[in-house]
Design a binder for this molecule. Structure first.
Ligand code: NDP
Ligand code: BG6
Length: 525
């Protein structure tokens, strides 16, 4: 995976594979999309430089892009094609230190163009239209166009409207698709408004809402693991599972994103999207067929079954925290309120732990504990399925050991693996127990060419496969669950508690109070 490491299993450094897409055990690694033009709005920005262009470069290097393909970057900044290409080269090089190769970059960069634009000016879109057509001339992209909105969310509606009004959303000769970054709205009303606005110009099947967690290889593996093995599904329910813990812990603080984060906080930034998707994939029923509609239908059923928070007793199911000053490995870390751009009386939560219930037959009474936070001691994203304790202790005459129940862990990142904790007999005379862990490392065993989340979602956007994108209904249902909570915690007069935790610690101790039984604990971070 490229996330963090810049490494891709299955690939040699700097090697461009000049053959058909790799086939692993009869399974094509990727399908080639039809020719197309990708128009990136906000192309002078951070996402384009750090994520999008490196991902496209990697796809190109491995022959996963169609031969007829072009990228047209657009933003307010004035620059030439060459200046744009130069600005992107460094970002691509640092994203792929292992595989970056000058010759490949030079060939790839010939597919990249730039056109300055005033986002709000219709005349500017007419010029953009002309430039797209000019770039397409002789390139046989089939007039297939994808518009990627890598801009601040305040511009989503303006750009969609201008594209619609200038005829760029029409699908006469080729397709027209729009990819929208997160955050998609900031509450139910704004998400509905944005959906309605987009639908004035684009049909739902033209709209691709990104949740980059869905592009992670190990997240995609959740359904395969659950539904392509017969041993797990029979025990995947209230009869055998005591509770589920879903954790997305980050060591990073807010970095340079206070402008966005101050108005968002962890519930909007991580829960409404990534955490809800992980919960849905863990809890959903098997689809009758593995396609976008059926998988997304099953996820929608989970969102519909989530029990609304009881606002009168919110403190019993939700604990919020904000990191204060702390220290990690001798390095002093400032608190959230001391970060540049953060108000010194900010009540923005950087940590949340919450208990959810899925009110359906399979999950009756099983708590789903979700927690996510910044400036925690370890970067880890995982789903832990904690099974029920054994019903009868046959060894009570010889051991007074308490028996840790079985746990199955789906580790999403950074070390992608599946682990099962179970009891064995400690070698020796007495019947002592020894808990052990069966450990499967996903990258070691998987082989093939792994795509990171942006590589995957860009490719799926080109293929027109919406499976890993979020549907209108999904986005609105998750907002409808969280909006009343956000309204309550953001109302300063309600004084919803916000607990401080030292940067580098495991979050506020108060989060322990959410767990139902005394013997239950959050998994150690
Ligand atoms: P940037 O802040 O870097 O903005 C992108 C571009 O948009 C800028 O280069 C600028 O170009 C233009 N822009 C910025 N502010 C304004 C403004 N007020 N009015 C008009 N144009 C403006 O954003 P990112 O690239 O970081 O992110 C883009 C989108 O992707 C956002 O929606 C973000 O939430 C999302 N995202 C980003 C991630 C990341 O890692 N960066 C991760 C996940 C999502 P110019 O001035 O040339 O017009
Ligand atoms: C983004 C959030 O969507 O996901 C960030 O805006 C967060 O705040 C990031 O850091 C986490 O993504 P990943 O892939 O590093 O787990």
């Amino acid at each position: 995976m490229t996330d963090g490491s810049g490494e891709h299993p299955g690939l040699k450094a700097g090697v461009r594979i000049d053959h058909e897409p790799a086939v692993l055990d009869g399974c094509p690694a990727v399908e080639l999309p039809d020719p197309c033009a990708l128009v990136i709005f906000g192309a002078s920005g951070d996402l384009t430089r750090r994520k999008l262009i490196p991902a496209l470069y990697y796809l190109y290097q491995n022959d996963f892009l169609p031969p007829a393909f072009l990228i047209l970057g657009t933003a307010r900044t004035r620059m030439t094609d060459d200046a744009f290409r130069d600005a992107l080269r460094g970002g691509t090089r640092s994203a792929h230190p292992e595989v970056f190769d000058e010759e490949t970059w030079s060939a790839f960069s010939q597919k990249i163009f730039y056109h300055p634009l005033d986002y709000r000016d219709p005349a500017s879109y007419r010029e953009l239209f002309k430039r797209i057509e000019k770039c397409e001339t002789g390139r046989r992209t089939g007039r297939n166009r994808i518009y990627y909105l890598a801009v601040p969310p305040t511009l989503y509606e303006t750009i969609a409207e201008q594209l619609g009004e200038s005829g760029l959303a029409r699908q006469e000769k080729g397709y027209a698709r729009i990819i929208i970054e997160k955050p998609f709205g900031r509450d139910l009303a704004s998400a509905r408004e944005l959906n309605a606005h987009l639908h004035r110009y684009f049909q739902e099947d033209q709209i691709f809402r990104i949740d980059h967690y869905l592009g992670k290889e190990t997240v995609q593996n959740i359904l395969i693991f659950r539904f392509m093995n017969s041993i797990f599904e029979p025990v995947w329910n209230w009869r055998y599972i005591d509770h589920v813990q879903i954790t997305a812990a980050e060591t990073l603080g807010v970095e340079n994103r206070a402008g966005y984060y101050e108005g968002a906080g962890v519930l909007r930034d991580m829960f409404q999207n990534h955490m809800m998707q992980l919960l849905a994939l863990t809890a959903m029923e098997p689809p009758t067929y593995f396609n976008a509609d059926r998988v997304r239908n099953e996820k929608i059923k989970i969102f519909r079954s989530l029990r609304p928070f009881d606002l009168d007793r919110l403190g019993e199911t939700l604990v919020l925290g904000q990191y204060g000053p702390g220290e990690v490995d001798g390095e002093k870390l400032r608190g959230y309120r001391e970060e540049p751009g953060v108000a010194d009386d900010s009540i923005t939560p950087t940590y949340a732990a919450a208990c959810f219930f899925v009110d359906n037959w399979r999950w009756q009474g099983v708590p789903f504990y979700l927690r996510s936070g910044k400036r925690l001691p370890r970067r880890v994203t995982e789903i832990a399925i904690q099974f029920k304790a054994i019903p009868h202790l046959m060894l009570r005459a010889v051991t007074d050991e308490s028996i840790a129940p079985n746990v199955l862990i789906l580790r999403i990142q950074p070390d992608e693996r599946i682990m099962i904790a179970f009891q064995t007999k400690k070698p020796g005379f007495k019947s002592c127990l020894r808990p052990v862990m069966m450990d499967f490392s996903y990258p070691d065993a998987a082989g093939g060419i792994a795509l990171d989340s942006y590589e995957r979602v860009l490719l799926d956007g080109m293929l027109g496969d919406p499976m890993l994108f979020v549907r209108e209904e999904g986005v609105e249902l998750t907002w409808s669950l969280l909006t009343p909570v956000l309204e309550m915690i953001e109302n300063r007069e309600m004084h919803f508690p916000l607990f401080s935790y030292p940067a580098g610690s495991s979050g506020p101790a108060e989060a322990d109070s959410l767990l139902e039984h005394e013997e239950d604990h959050w998994r150690k971070l």
